[in-house]
Design a binder for this molecule. Structure first.
Ligand code: NAD
Length: 265
């Protein structure tokens, strides 16, 4: 993917920032082999029917949707995916002492796997690495339930109450955890730069964090392969490959010279 002219403006803003809140979406993980939903090669772009598996009412009402979801989970490339240069650049931002938080819509835990402090990662859409019972609230690591699916249970029931199991992720039609939303908003309100990366900025309330940060006086930079509804509001927009752009952005010093990796603010 070619870089566009916004890189210099974005690098300048990132270089000067002292408190950066990052919002990440599925686009930061595509170079780790996990497809996004709405990008050109996205899961829903290629198969609009697949959106049903992410809709709570369909998941709860239709055993066939659940069976399909479990097959998809089993086959997900996310279980073996490794962080890429984009994730590592955000770790560098933390090492420089400038990261307020990574608010992520991703459910793949690749920021934690890259080495970011889990306390700085706000997972607004939950995690696929845990399973939760919709009836009794029982929650556990995902792996043993996936083993049951692999062993032939197409729609495994809760071990405690027999209820419907689902990954501990937020589906369409499902409320977000209010405390997690408050943490995300606090991070947007307390930064001097809001950096949106690899998100179509089409899903709320996550997309609303960018205007919230702007209202509180922060600058905003968007790095994404395609246009977003907030491009006109941002101070800089870079249309390019995230794993190429982010390392450039975090490695630039306020005077335009390269930073030493891990060299502090
Ligand atoms: P999205 O699919 O709506 O948008 C992703 C955006 O990233 C697209 O605009 C696409 O053009 C861009 N993009 C993809 N690869 C890129 C690259 N290498 N460089 C630059 N840009 C790139 O994703 P979203 O905004 O996160 O919202 C979709 C929902 O999907 C979220 O709720 C999230 O929970 C979920 N999701 C998560 C994962 C994951 O955890 N990795 C994967 C798929 C979907």
């Amino acid at each position: 993917m070619a870089l566009d002219g916004g890189v210099e403006a974005a690098a300048d803003l990132v270089a000067k920032a002292k408190r950066v809140t990052v919002l990440t979406g599925a686009g930061i993980s595509t170079d780790s082999g996990i497809p996004d939903f709405r990008g050109p090669q996205g899961v829903w772009t290629r198969d609009p029917e697949a959106e049903k598996t992410a809709t709570l009412s369909a998941y709860l009402a239709d055993p066939e949707v659940r069976r399909r979801s479990w097959r998809n989970r089993l086959e997900s490339p996310a279980w073996t995916a490794e962080p890429n240069a984009g994730h590592r650049a955000l770790l560098e931002l933390e090492r420089q002492g400038r990261l307020v938080a990574i608010v992520t819509q991703n459910i793949d835990e690749l920021h934690q796997k890259a080495g970011n402090d889990p306390r700085l990662v706000v997972e607004v859409h939950g995690t696929m690495h845990r399973v939760r019972c919709w009836a009794c609230g029982w929650e556990a690591p995902m792996a043993p339930t996936l083993e049951r699916v692999r062993a032939g249970e197409a729609d495994p029931a809760c071990e405690v109450c027999g209820g419907i199991l689902k990954s501990a992720t937020i589906s369409f039609g499902q409320s977000l955890d209010p405390q997690t939303v408050r943490r995300a908003e606090a991070a947007a309100l307390s930064c001097d730069l809001f950096l949106a990366v690899g998100t179509s900025l089409a899903v709320y309330p996550a997309a609303g964090l960018l205007p919230l940060a702007l209202q509180a006086g922060a600058a905003a930079v968007i790095v994404n392969g395609e246009p977003t509804p907030y491009d006109d509001l941002a101070d800089a927009v870079v249309r390019g490959s995230i794993s190429e752009v982010l390392p450039l952005l975090v490695a630039t010093r306020p005077d335009g010279r390269p930073r030493r990796p891990g060299g502090g603010p």
